[in-house]
Design a protein around this ligand. Structure first.
Ligand code: N01
Length: 546
């Protein structure tokens, strides 16, 4: 195992590294940091022109984190924690990007990151026990370990509305927002979609534009962030107890402090539940998720939460018809990712903001000046697509990843992704996925999930290199058992009842399968630690080929 700068591999005459990491968001950055700490040579490839991943790309107006800033930050360096100051309870995108840049600067990361470079292919060469990784421009490097830090929500879905190429106005995507920003002053703007990206951006766009029309296919549940400047007393209290708080995050289900109770709605009753939901609504954000332990699993408890949400929408939105349209009716509460907003529902009280129900009148075509539904034509200066992502598997699917015997990961996953712990795939030695399908990832505070994964991978590499072992690979049986466990947990909840991106339901043809692990971060971490402690149970570890 080399511990020095990359060297040429004589057999193939290509640059070789101990590890290649794909992606320089928070996952790739921390992975690089840990690899360096192990004395391993590493190269990171990043499609964007700088670090930050999600926060590099998603620059739409109103973009901000939906986990409290204090919690949504790295915990691996107390010095880093001491020196960084968040300005708001929920940091805006620009500040999150500044944080990513600060981390990169502080740990001198950029010298090992190749920017503006997509990875097109990664093939395992069993005879060398190495991965050959090829960029979109045709450069190939080799690496013992390949770590995909490609993000869970990094590939936008394909939207092919008829006539879209002929539209003469400005077509924008929330996830590929222009770096220079967009001035909507005096403009007529259409927004397609009502997921988190739309729900965050619509109030901000409406504050600037002359006229905004929101095209909704499925309404979403949203709770107010109750955002504001970060209270210095809260920061002081957090700092004083930081170690305890961080330990709580790591062992909690969501990687976030939501004051979760064991109480059941069915024990407390509807009236008390409404009061508790109201209290947590006022606190803001995901606190409401911690109110009751049965809203995830009991349809009747969930219906009480849904009734509360509907009552809040009716309370805020003045036009009863609009309030009714904004109220979800065909899936359980919080089984799609709960949105966290600032003024979303109230935006619809403004006379220049309109809601179009695409269920009643679908979009038929874009036109040169706007778009036409089955009942009406609209002219827009700009149309914003807030239409979502090919979640969790999209970024991996778009790389030609081939394991043993040239088997393509995309083919292995044709019936849905199969992983062991969301970390490795049978038949793909030394390939790791950070926050991959089958891990808690998107159901947790992503940074805490990322740290847990990266630490596990780094410890695993340390284990291998310390014992002069060359490869680790998930066993098919262990993988099958994990997939079954992931499905069993999901099927014990109400999650599968929603047509969500968690289920792959937003991408035509994608197999319907609950993608993340719903057992919680703390429980999941215990699984991972136990498996490592038992000598990497369920994995086969091999020494270098002679
Ligand atoms: O995407 P979405 P998103 N015609 O998939 C609609 C995270 N995130 O980017 O539901 C018409 O939620 C689609 O309608 P339907 C967070 O985890 C976090 O908003 O398929 N409409 C839906 O309304 C989040 O869950 C933050 O019927 C079409 C919308 O587009 C995840 O990213 C902020 C359509 C897509 O909603 C994804 O959120 C932003 C079509 N052809 C995002 N295709 C934070 O707060 C799709 N839609 C940190």
């Amino acid at each position: 195992m080399s511990t020095t700068a990359p060297s040429a591999a004589p057999a193939t005459a290509i640059a070789s590294f101990d590890a290649v990491v794909v992606g320089a968001g928070f996952a790739g950055m921390y992975m690089l940091h840990r690899l360096r700490g192990l004395g391993l040579s590493a190269r990171v490839y990043e499609a964007g022109s700088s670090v930050g991943g999600t926060w590099f790309w998603n620059r739409y107006p109103g973009a901000r984190v939906d986990i409290r800033s204090l919690e949504y930050s790295f915990s691996f360096s107390p010095e880093l924690e001491d020196e960084w100051r968040w300005s708001e309870r929920y940091a805006p995108q620009a500040e999150l990007l500044a944080y990513a840049e600060h981390v990169a600067e502080r740990f001198d990361m950029k010298r090992d990151i190749v920017f503006d470079t997509r990875i097109a292919a990664a093939h395992y060469h069993a005879e060398e026990q190495r991965w050959h990784v090829t960029t979109a421009t045709g450069e190939t490097v080799s690496a013992r370990f390949l770590i995909m830090a490609t993000g869970c929500l990094s590939v936008p879905t394909d939207v092919n509305f008829p006539g879209i190429a002929d539209y003469q106005g400005r077509l924008l995507r929330t996830s590929q927002w222009p770096h220079e920003g967009v001035d909507f002053t005096g403009q007529r703007v259409g927004v397609i979609g009502t997921g988190s990206s739309a729900i965050q951006s619509i109030p901000v766009i409406a504050a600037q534009a002359a006229d905004v029309t929101v095209f909704q296919r499925t309404p979403n549940y949203s709770v107010p962030a109750q955002n504001g400047p970060l209270d210095p007393d809260v920061v002081a209290e957090w700092t004083a107890n930081r170690a305890e708080y961080r330990a709580m995050l790591r062992t909690s289900p969501l990687g976030s402090i939501v004051d979760a109770r064991e109480t059941l709605v069915k024990d407390e009753g509807r009236e008390a539940a409404f009061a508790e939901f109201e209290r947590r609504w006022q606190q803001g954000g995901f606190k409401i998720l911690g109110a009751y332990a049965d809203t995830w699993i009991d349809p009747e408890a969930n219906a009480v939460a849904a009734d509360f949400a509907a009552a809040k929408i009716r309370e805020i939105v003045k036009d009863p018809a609009v309030a009714d349209l904004l109220t979800p009716k065909d899936y359980p509460w919080a089984t799609k990712r709960l949105c966290v907003d600032t003024g979303y529902y109230a935006t619809f009280n403004q006379p220049h903001v309109h809601l179009v129900d695409l269920r009643a009148s679908p979009i038929e075509t874009f036109t040169p000046t706007g778009l036409r539904t089955s009942t009406e034509s609209f002219d827009f200066d700009a149309v914003v697509l807030a239409t979502g992502f090919d979640a969790m598997t999209g970024a991996l699917d778009r790389i030609d990843i081939r394991g043993r015997d040239g088997v393509a990961l995309k083919d292995r996953w044709a019936e849905g992704p199969r992983t062991y712990l969301g970390l490795m795939v049978a038949g793909f030695p030394n390939l790791f996925t950070v926050t991959g399908p089958g891990s808690p990832s998107v159901l947790t505070n992503m940074i805490m999930g990322i740290e847990q994964h990266v630490d596990w991978i780094a410890d695993c590499l340390d284990h291998l290199t310390g014992r002069q072992q060359a490869t680790i690979e998930a066993l098919a049986d262990a993988e099958a058992a994990w997939v079954e466990h992931v499905n069993e947990i999901a099927n014990g909840t109400l999650y599968p009842q929603a047509n969500s991106w968690y289920m792959g339901a937003n991408v035509p043809g994608k197999p319907r399968q609950f993608l993340p692990y719903a057992g919680g971060l703390g429980v999941y971490a215990e699984h991972c630690e136990g498996i490592a402690a038992r000598g990497y149970e369920g994995f086969v570890i091999e020494s270098a080929a002679a």
